[in-house]
Design a protein around this ligand. Structure first.
Ligand code: F6P
Length: 385
């Protein structure tokens, strides 16, 4: 800004707002499955912590593993996060195996599952970390809460492409995943139409059908199958045959990996184990396609989108949400609101106790507005008659 004489006045640096006692060094980790937007959160946290408060930031490598004996960390500077808003994945690495509340430890040649959070608390103390920012889904938030109960100052940032975390309207990563799935449906449409085929797209969604439902509506699917509505094959086949009779010689089916037939079970590529391994879902798309082909005699093909939904650059929406979450996490630390998680309510960034996010998961309401929108468009949800 120039003064009356036209001389440019230098801006004096804004004094850093006083934080809670003794916050000098914070740390950030990303846990659970990756998703687009994690790097934008890291950038938001690092920049706001350094520029607004002059705090040091440590980046913890590979989720909570980085706080165990063999773990690794490094100091993050402003230049380390340059341009990160546009980059998928996480520069810190992540892990969705080895939950520290039940960690596989070798003892006398056997693997035993042990709570190693005590070791994490000690290492946080040794590293002089005044507050830990944990970015992750429900698994990460459960661990963050356990650490908070042991006296660690933590702040949570919710992420998951599945959008199934309670206490926030939306998680970043979801919009990018829906975009990828919608794009795939647009592509499948042209080939399905050309060959007069039924094309089945299997998308992610372990317990909740948010990706399938939103991408299905946006991508003009004819059938959408979600975990919240156990499906009836006869109704689905009737719908596809009726489309054919009325001149639509192709159909597009989108199925969430966690969807299951009424009275049946979820389909796993690798079954869950007694050791707490949650199993790997996969195969319901093939299963549905085979049944449709048998029952309608129509040529059917399957595409499984898999980890393409978790990769690549975040959408503009996710970049902004993730950045706002990162900056707000720093504000929570400055305000001393430990044990809280940032969240989105309407258009406003807010916060909630981490406990509010982990008491259950946010499912699609089978009679809710979004489902009714799909049904109003004539989309078959596979409901039992
Ligand atoms: O929780 C997100 C999610 O993408 C689920 O939809 C899916 O079942 C799971 O992660 C797959 O995780 P992994 O990286 O272990 O294959």
């Amino acid at each position: 800004m120039a003064d009356a004489k036209g001389k440019v006045k230098r801006r004096t640096k804004k004094p850093a707002p006083a934080g809670p006692d003794k916050v000098k060094r914070i740390a950030i980790l990303t846990g659970g499955g990756d998703c687009p937007g994690l790097n934008a959160v890291i950038r938001g946290v690092v920049r706001a912590a350094i520029l607004e408060h002059g705090w040091e930031v440590l980046g913890i490598q590979d989720g909570f593993d980085g706080l165990l004996a063999a773990g690794a960390h490094r100091r993050l500077y402003s230049h380390d996060v340059r341009g990160l808003q546009a980059r998928g994945g996480t520069i810190l690495g992540t892990s969705n195996r080895g939950n520290p509340l039940s960690y596989p430890v070798k003892a006398s040649g056997k693997t035993v599952f042990t709570d190693v959070t005590g070791e994490i608390v000690r290492n946080i103390g040794k590293l002089g970390i005044d507050c830990l920012v944990a970015v992750g889904g429900d698994g990460t938030m459960k661990i963050a809460q356990a650490l908070f109960e042991k006296g660690v100052r933590v702040v949570g940032v919710p992420k998951t492409i599945d959008n199934d975390l309670e206490a926030t309207d939306v998680t970043f990563g979801f919009n990018s995943a829906v975009n990828t799935a919608t794009d795939a449906l647009d592509k499948l449409h042209t080939t399905a139409e050309s060959h007069h085929r039924v094309l089945v797209l299997e998308v992610m969604g372990r317990d909740c059908g948010w990706i399938a439902l939103e991408a299905g509506i946006a991508g003009g699917a004819d059938v959408i199958l979600i975990p919240e509505i156990p499906f009836d094959l006869a109704g689905i086949c009737d719908h596809i045959e009726k489309r054919k009779r009325t001149g639509s010689r192709f159909s597009i089916v989108v199925v969430a990996e966690g969807a299951s037939p009424a009275g049946g079970e979820k389909i796993y590529e690798r079954e869950p184990g007694a050791d707490g391994n949650p199993g790997r879902l996969g195969g319901v798309g093939r299963w549905v396609a085979d049944k449709i082909s048998l029952c309608t005699n129509l040529e059917t093909r399957v595409a499984v989108l898999g980890h393409l939904q978790r990769g690549g650059a975040p959408t503009t929406f996710d970049r902004i949400l993730a950045t706002r979450f990162g900056v707000e996490a720093v504000n929570l630390i400055a305000a001393g609101e430990f044990g809280s998680m940032v969240c989105l309510r309407g258009r406003k960034i807010d916060s909630a106790p981490i406990t509010a996010a982990i008491h259950g998961i946010k499912r699609v309401d089978p009679r809710g507005q979004l489902v009714r929108t799909a049904e109003a468009l004539g989309i078959e949800l596979g409901r039992m008659p």
